[in-house]
Design a protein around this ligand. Structure first.
Ligand code: PLP
Length: 220
């Protein structure tokens, strides 16, 4: 057995609340390594590029739950629509329309999270609060029948300032709690990576996305 990898996975899993999900972020890592994590019993894996998913998915077991966690271009939705378990990164209406279209085409419901811009950095994707409320209104009006909104996702500013990170996660938790009062099916709050997952969990995350903490540093 790959006891070191398995114990890293258990380490993070044990920190989660009940029904929480550990997304093992396997981007840039070879399928052999994903297979080892799979053999530890792990089933949730996250990738941030459609092309990489297209290469890896056919080589790995069919019961893996694939999470799309990176910025997603509308014209690439068609490639992942048949199997994707959860899209964490819905940050515009055009993308949601496209997900809806392909979900209906494949006769399935695609689960999504709305990605909210919580970081101060210009580079981080996500809906502003105004754009979020506009999109939510359309969703609640039934404009996307092929889509199931399961919660919210956010990435904090890359900083050593713990208070800043906590306040960004706290803000997202507040939006999440409001959303839950409107939609009972909403259950996932995806926030926290290797560097900030403890702050995320303290602020109510129940989905964490861990890459380097499980698989080691990435070399690009
Ligand atoms: C790469 C990535 C992660 C994991 O990052 P680590 O710091 O390696 O844990 C989490 N979320 C997103 C959106 C990512 O792109």
């Amino acid at each position: 057995m790959n006891s070191e990898l398995c114990s890293k996975i258990s380490f993070y899993k044990n920190k989660l609340p009940d029904n929480g999900i550990l997304v093992a972020v396997s981007k840039t890592k070879p399928v052999e390594m994903i297979r080892k994590a799979y053999d530890c019993g792990h089933r949730d894996f996250g990738e941030n590029k459609v092309q990489e998913l297209r290469e890896k998915v056919p080589l790995l077991p069919g019961d893996i739950r694939w999470h799309m966690i990176g910025h997603l271009q509308s014209n690439k939705v068609k490639y992942i629509a048949p199997y994707i378990f959860l899209i964490h990164s819905v940050d515009n209406e055009k993308l949601l329309k496209e997900i809806n279209k392909h979900a209906l085409k494949h006769n399935r419901e695609i689960q999504v999270l709305f990605q909210i811009k919580i970081a101060r950095e210009e580079t981080k994707y996500g809906l502003t609060e105004k754009a979020y409320h506009d999109l939510l209104k359309k969703y609640l009006n039934g404009e996307f029948p092929g889509v199931k909104l399961k919660g919210l996702m956010g990435m904090a500013t890359f900083t050593s300032d713990q208070k800043q990170i906590a306040s960004e996660f706290g803000y997202l938790k507040k939006l999440f709690d409001e959303l839950k009062t409107k939609i009972p099916d909403v259950e996932y709050l995806s926030m926290g990576m290797t560097g900030d997952y403890e702050i995320a969990l303290k602020n109510g995350a129940n989905v964490i996305r861990i890459g380097s903490g499980i698989f080691g540093e990435r070399k690009y």
